[in-house]
Write a protein that binds this ligand. Structure first.
Ligand code: AR6
Length: 171
């Protein structure tokens, strides 16, 4: 089963699909969304305009244009409101729906950023547990896929590694 955690820039990943931590309008933004649109070029926004937005926790796919990645899977993660507004289920939905869309499009290599933990304020330790357990639940039914968490900082990478160890230990 392929799961790894690295530090890096998701716009540099040569994979079948990178995932974008988008918003429900799917028309770009700051953070990783801004970086992906900047690297993909203006055609990405043109295609996004045809999609009609996306619900929180769901996912839509586009071409990767000038990116080394073949596709971009856009998913709006939840905004953190303290943890009692269904945030964890919505965040799990973002990971699971992105992975199911990737599988539908025969993507074997998929790279995720740390969805919702920037502008959307989801505490990274909590988000990492949701992300890792959702990915590890998905992988046994898709053993051909390789999934990478691409963390922007050393702190984020440490949080995902810690979550990975905890999820493995608790299974
Ligand atoms: N590669 C990998 N990770 C990155 C990169 C990069 N190039 N750039 C930033 N990150 P955020 P969110 C990390 O705020 O919390 C946007 O405006 C970053 O350090 O990008 O889901 C959207 O349009 C953080 O760990 O996404 C939405 O409106 C992680 O990516 C809103 O922000 C996610 O931070 C979404 O907020």
């Amino acid at each position: 089963m392929g799961f790894s955690i690295i530090k890096g820039d998701i716009t540099h990943q040569s994979v079948d699909a990178i995932v974008n931590a988008a918003n429900t309008r799917l028309l770009g933004g700051s953070g990783v969304d801004g970086a992906i649109h900047a690297a993909a070029g203006p055609q990405l926004l043109e295609e996004c305009r045809t999609l009609g937005g996306c619900e929180t926790g769901k996912a839509k796919i586009t071409d990767g244009y000038l990116l080394p990645a073949r596709h971009v899977i856009h998913t709006p993660g939840p905004i953190w409101h303290g943890g009692r507004k269904g945030e964890s289920l919505l965040l799990a939905g973002s990971y699971r729906n992105s992975l199911e869309l990737a599988a539908t499009w025969s993507c074997l290599t998929v790279a995720f950023p740390s969805i919702s933990t920037g502008a959307y304020g989801y505490p990274v330790d909590k988000a990492a547990l949701v992300a890792v357990s959702t990915i590890l639940d998905f992988l046994p039914t898709h053993p051909e896929m390789n999934i990478t968490m691409v963390c922007w900082t050393d702190e984020d990478k440490a949080a995902y590694e810690k979550a990975y160890k905890k999820v493995l230990k608790d299974r």
